[in-house]
Design a binder for this molecule. Sequence first.
Ligand SMILES: Cc1cc2nc3c(=O)[nH]c(=O)nc-3n(C[C@H](O)[C@H](O)[C@H](O)COP(=O)(O)OP(=O)(O)OC[C@H]3O[C@@H](n4cnc5c(N)ncnc54)[C@H](O)[C@@H]3O)c2cc1C
Length: 464
Amino acid sequence: MDPLKALADAERKPYWLDSTAKPEPLPRLLDDTTAGLAVVGGGFSGLWTALMAKERDPSLDVVLLEGRRVGWAASGRNGGFAMATLTHGIANGLERWPEEIAALERLGVDNLDEIGEAVERYGIDCGYRRTGELHVATEPWQLEEMNRHVEIVREMGARVDVLDTEQVRAEVNSPTYIGGQWERDGCAMIDPARLAWGLRQACLSLGVRVYERTPVRAMKDTPTSMDLITPHGTVRARAVALGTGVFQPLLRRLRHFLVPVYDYALVTEPLSAGQLASVGWHNRQGVGDAANQFHYYRLTDDDRILWGGYDAVYYNGGMIKPEYEQRDETFVKLAEHFATTFPQLDGVRFTHRWGGVIDTCSRFSAFYGRSHGGRVAYAAGYTGMGVGATRFGANVMLDLLAGERTERTELRMVKEKPVPFPPEPVRSAGIQMTRWSIAQADLHEGRRNLWLRTLDRMGLGFDS
Ligand SMILES: Cc1cc2nc3c(=O)[nH]c(=O)nc-3n(C[C@H](O)[C@H](O)[C@H](O)COP(=O)(O)OP(=O)(O)OC[C@H]3O[C@@H](n4cnc5c(N)ncnc54)[C@H](O)[C@@H]3O)c2cc1C
């Protein structure tokens, strides 16, 4: 396959957002108003927070403020793997919170079950399928690494099938696979944009006032309210939940913990019946390979393949810019890797290419907290695995604002903060050194160099 030819007609926009299901914009906030709870951010984090606030207390007056359009950012342009894990995978959780891992896994599965129930309850047409995830190995060291935790995962009640070469290729047919695992319940596939738009509709149906194209420029506390200043009006709120992801935080303290990392994806044209048959994929699982620089891929409802990952790019200085959403060097690399994985699909063309920004923190899984005497709560740092976990984070924010002690708020994972990143320019130098070392580890059978081992010992890292 010639990657340039395969990419030649690919539009430079996220596939999911390029949809006839995209709703009309909601109005801007044009006046001053009051609210019991004001939620900032119309990604999954903010949407679940607003929705569940109303479910908890239908009489609460809830306002959601989104700077652009609901779901335009990471939430509407991701791979659509809604994962049960709250800790960016069990290995990371086990390393950091071994005494809590059983509870964290259980809470994660409950959270994913409840996402499925909410999708059903509100009639959200987002292609939700609880397919599980197929982890594939293309090299022996990946297989060893993958099988290291299988017993622990099973002890926690997860259904995991260990697959040999023949079995894994019978699921998805690639000559590069040498083995794999099918984690049956830990993942659901969704269309992320349609989930975000469906949650928007569910919020409206419960009486949440949603304002789009309404950026919050500043947050001020007064003796009686938290004031959110927007271009044309101020919201005076009793409580505020921040679901602002990686964007310029309204709380300065969050800056130390978050870095913007760009992740990129391609989508093919719909496969013909013959092309699909050549790949198999009857169970339509999400697939991820086990390299440090990993690919994630899946089928869409209309039998395209979404193919993403591998490069996780931090632009020195940590800026967020629209032009970073396109990176031809990465798109060519992704197209080449696709051709190696599925040589039988020679000639298939890509229709969409895009990137998006991820809220990476040094522990790879979200952190939570309160400020302003408990009137403000935040959750951020999902590090590329927030499609499912943002709903858990939304519940944590609501618990914290209610001042309730719950199983969630008592978790060490919830109480602790990640190690902050150093300031620039040390930050950029450290991250680029880490990216280089991760690529080297993949070239040398997963062996981690001194730099990575030192970071591991400090509980620091970089991932997407
Ligand atoms: C290419 C890509 C692939 C990914 N794949 C997966 C995957 O398959 N599975 C998975 O679990 N995760 C994946 N992720 C990560 C996942 O998308 C995120 O973790 C999740 O969507 C985060 O949701 P969020 O609501 O916290 O942030 P966002 O979706 O970024 O939403 C934040 C919102 O807040 C708004 N906002 C910010 N500041 C303000 C302000 N001051 N005023 C008003 N509004 C404001 C923004 O406009 C934005 O809409 C992927 C991410 C990318 C980019």
